[in-house]
Design a protein. Sequence first.
Length: 235
Amino acid sequence: MEKKEKIILIIPAYNEQDNILKLAKIIKSNKNLDYIIINDGSTDNTRKICEENKLKHINLIHNLGIGGAVQTGYKYAFENNYDIAIQFDGDGQHDIKYVDDLIKPILDKKADMVIGSRFIEEKSKFKSTKIRQFGINIISFIIKLFTGKKIYDTTSGFRACNKKIIELFSHDYPIEYPEPVSTVNLLKQKYKIEEIPVEMNEREAGVSSIRTWKSAYYMINVILSIFIISLRRYK
């Protein structure tokens, strides 16, 4: 009998009281998927909603930020022997219908990590603000310069990883600028990364962790981080 892969959605959530229950119901309607919500020290009713509705969750005492929350999810996935972990935002931007497309290159042994991208096809009407798109393009250029691999949606948090990456990320995951920095880390270590086209939605409620006024600061620091990573020596 062919082994069935154990798959889990890692859902970081900070002050997502208006989104998290609706998202959990959508996920539960797909019975092949497990999930874990990482309540990242929310100050609203996210924890209460998770507890009252018996949603699978981990409560962090302090707000660790997206990197710390996601790594907590990877630790959980590693300790519970999952084969594939999918990062899935708690704000309603990611669409569950693309999960099968996201994991297919992993199941086919063609990729170690797969990124859901807004920019490789005109699927997604929501592509963020113009200034953030400009920053993403600059970061994409820098990643290509240092790794030789073109990554179009460098800040996408909709990503699937195989068992090797789950273990790696459970031990070593960047706290700052986790998506582009972890992508460069993997490329420098010769892991295979692919992108697939997905449609993303605007968040229905709450506030993005990256505000418009922070975009330039974010871009500059990501570029510096990529430069530092590129000086590392990998075995």
